[in-house]
Design a protein around this ligand. Structure first.
Ligand code: FEO
Length: 399
């Protein structure tokens, strides 16, 4: 039994919480779970906005029934085809054989490819509208936020926009669906982690989408993950955060991510961190790449302007965890960071050489000096590590 939940008079939340899955996209940890949000608009016609992961189909249909009873759904609006939202579509079509699926050219192609569905598909173009009776839906194509077919659906009468992954967050909805029913701050870190892990590569496309929506009057944001944001300071904060993250803007703070087999490279990180703290940097996060998942490290790299990476030499290359992190940073086309590096070797140095190459290709502003230890810190490399911490702090203090 489910009590239906209204977001506004005729908009209902019918999403589900996933507290079982360990890894989102089979990559990103879900310590606080995730929600797959879906929404129903009940008007002269009934529209369902996005579906859920296939594992939750039965629960999802029970929630839909709690709102509609035996009333059929006229339209399924597909804002995003990634299977965490489209997984239940084939079952949905089976349950409502007359349902019309509304999407764009690219979503139609994916619908056919993933689920072999091509009948009853209504293709819409950018800014086209569809009337449900009293409520008019307008569609905004927002490619690459997060896939090429992604779009947003605006319910004009309710000043409510359904944004797909945009403005989404990891973390389940623990009772509360609306921001003001809970403490929205508890989602902030998980929203940054979601953005940096999932959408982070597409900052310029997010900027295009934000500009496209600049004149749309929005009082409610319904994302496919995390809380519904309503017209109060929370909504403005969430939009500002998205704008900031997609411009690769960040706060005064420092991430030091390092690999270390026996603690010697880690000692360099400790010396740098202590010097940065002594020079006034309050937000300093050290990540041992063998312990912290890239998911958390990326979240913090998106938060803070300073980035230092350290690695031992391993088989004449970078330490594997560091290599993986550098690839993830490159993949997200990170910009606007102060960057420094350090590393070590026992008999033949390679890590610092590779970090230098990365730094020179990164477009980041490089903070000197780099530090290279042989076996362990000595007087000279200790002084270099102190200088790197001090110089990084100086850069950050001038922000
Ligand atoms: Fe929540 Fe890109 O799927």
């Amino acid at each position: 039994m489910y009590k239906s939940f209204n977001i506004s008079d005729n908009i209902f939340y019918v999403g589900v919480n996933d507290r079982s899955k360990q890894l989102f996209e089979n990559i990103w940890p879900l310590p606080k779970g995730v929600s797959y949000n879906s929404y129903l608009i009940r008007d002269e016609k009934v529209a369902l906005i996005d579906a859920v992961d296939i594992c939750y189909s039965e629960l999802f249909f029970n929630k839909v029934d709690a709102v509609l009873g035996k009333t059929p759904i006229d339209y399924l609006i597909i804002n995003h085809m990634e299977p965490d939202h489209s997984g239940a579509i084939a079952w949905l079509v089976n349950r409502y054989p007359d349902i019309q699926i509304v999407g764009n050219n690219r979503s139609a192609d994916m619908l056919k490819g993933f689920y072999n569905i091509s009948d009853n598909v209504l293709i819409i173009k950018d800014k086209e509208s569809l009337s449900l009776g009293k409520c008019n839906l307008q569609f905004f194509l927002t490619p690459m936020v997060h896939w090429p077919e992604t779009m947003m659906t605006y319910a004009q009468e309710y000043k409510t926009i359904f944004t797909g992954d945009a403005f989404g967050s990891f973390g389940t909805l623990d009772g509360a669906v609306l921001d003001w029913q809970t403490v929205p701050e508890k989602y902030e870190d998980e929203m940054i982690r979601y953005y940096s892990n999932i959408v982070g590569k597409y900052g310029s496309q997010v900027q295009v989408a934000l500009k496209k929506l600049a004149d749309v009057e929005i009082e409610t944001i319904c994302s496919t993950h995390g809380p519904v944001w309503t017209k109060n300071e929370n909504l403005d904060k969430v939009v500002a955060l998205y704008d900031k993250l997609s411009r690769y803007d960040s706060d005064k703070g420092l991430v030091i991510a390092y690999g270390s087999m026996y603690g010697n490279v880690e000692q360099v990180a400790e010396v740098i961190a202590a010097e940065a703290a002594a020079n006034g940097i309050k937000h300093i996060v050290l990540h041992n790449v063998s312990k912290s998942h890239n998911s958390e490290i990326l979240r913090d790299i998106f938060k803070y302007r300073g980035l230092l990476i350290g690695s031992p030499t391993y088989n004449n290359k970078l330490y594997p965890g560091v290599e993986s992190l550098l690839s993830a940073i490159q993949n997200r086309a990170m910009k606007n960071r102060y960057f420094g590096y350090f590393g070590g070797f026992t008999w033949a140095g390679a890590a610092v050489k590779h970090l230098k190459e990365f730094a020179e290709n990164s477009g980041f502003e490089i903070v000197e000096p780099s530090v290279e230890i042989k076996q362990s810190l000595n007087e000279s490399t200790f002084e270099s590590a102190v200088a790197l911490g001090r110089n990084m702090a100086e850069k950050l203090n001038n922000l």
